[in-house]
Design a protein around this ligand. Structure first.
Ligand code: NAP
Length: 295
């Protein structure tokens, strides 16, 4: 991606610095998202990627305090391990036990989870109210964790399905205890899963099936989809996964991972600046870049 020379000319001694820490951070779209919003809104701010190894996390957090980085996102593998290193958590991040957004108020670091709120906002923005709905979530990794806690807050009936069933059970137990709701868990091949799928209002793919080496594959056989389901795929690259294509074909409502990515960013932007990010503009920018990758 080309360096935006116009934006770099704007950096001054009073520029506020934001960023993302993770490993890897080379493919993150967050700098594009936030720098587009800063530029459009005329804010004297810049957002940078910071590659941070596990062994350097504590030093990086001290550095962030020392050089007064105003706010930052946290991506894998630091979303859980950052918690003991910051000063406080908002209640949702505390229940989830994972942080993806941090504010720095004069050295006091507060953690939030906008993956969870971004997921719900993506549903609402597409006219889907998740409250009380039956939801089957595929995957039991980091993204699934935020989604399952977010759905539990919405009093959903949750079923977690994962290749490694122990991970699904562990997550289901965790959500059940924290949210006081019974959460079911299944292995992908269990036959009893069919009943849950049949009854599902919403299905969510929070696995990586459909991207990279599994491009063109779907987490679910097309024949198990129904037109009355809302089908949400957290994958945003490709913009349209096989699951989304299959669901569209039968007339089901679909929501792609780009909406979740945009909303987690827009909510972080609001936490840091108090302002609404220019949503349509950042959506167009990220869509343009993702389409370029696909061409
Ligand atoms: P993660 O913690 O590594 O979890 C990966 C999940 O995918 C696990 O449940 C894993 O199952 C499953 N999986 C991977 N390969 C599989 C395969 N070949 N067959 C069956 N299951 C497989 O990853 P994550 O951070 O949760 O990310 C998951 C997805 O979320 C990614 O696809 C990513 O694109 C998407 N994502 C979206 C956003 C957004 O804002 N839209 C943000 C971040 C990530 P096992 O437990 O059995 O290994």
């Amino acid at each position: 991606m080309k360096w935006d020379i116009e934006q770099s000319k704007m950096v001054s001694g009073t520029t506020r610095i934001y960023g993302i820490i993770g490993n890897p951070v080379t493919h993150t779209l967050s700098p594009l998202l936030h720098n587009t919003a800063f530029r459009e809104m005329g804010l004297n701010c810049i957002y940078l990627p910071f590659h941070v190894n596990n062994t350097e996390l504590s030093a990086a957090i001290n550095g962030i305090r020392a050089i007064n980085i105003h706010g930052f996102n946290v991506t894998m593998p630091h979303k859980l391990t950052i918690i003991p290193l910051i000063d406080q958590l908002d209640p949702l991040a505390m229940r989830i036990g994972a942080v993806n957004t941090v504010t720095n108020c004069e050295g006091k670091l507060t953690g939030y989870n906008t993956d969870a709120t971004g997921f719900i906002r993506a549903l609402l923005d597409n006219g889907v109210d998740p409250r009380g709905k039956k939801v089957v979530v595929f995957g039991a990794g980091g993204v699934s964790r935020a989604i399952c806690f977010a759905l539990a807050e919405q009093k959903c009936e949750i079923v977690i399905v994962n290749r490694t069933v122990d991970k699904a059970r562990k997550l289901a137990n965790m959500v059940s205890i924290v949210a006081s709701r019974r959460v079911k868990s299944f292995n992908v091949s269990e036959e009893t899963l069919d009943k849950s799928l049949y009854e599902a209002d919403i299905i969510v793919n929070a696995t990586s099936i459909g991207m990279d080496e599994t491009i063109g594959k779907s987490v679910l056989a097309a024949g198990l989809l129904r037109s009355s389901m809302v089908v949400f795929d957290t994958i945003y690259h490709p913009i349209e996964t096989q699951l989304i294509k299959d669901a569209k074909k039968i007339g089901a409502q679909v929501i792609g991972g780009l909406d979740m990515l945009l909303w987690q960013g827009a909510i972080a932007f609001k936490i840091w600046t108090g302002l609404d990010a220019p949503f349509e503009l950042i959506k167009n920018e990220l869509t343009r870049v993702l389409k370029n990758y696909e061409d």
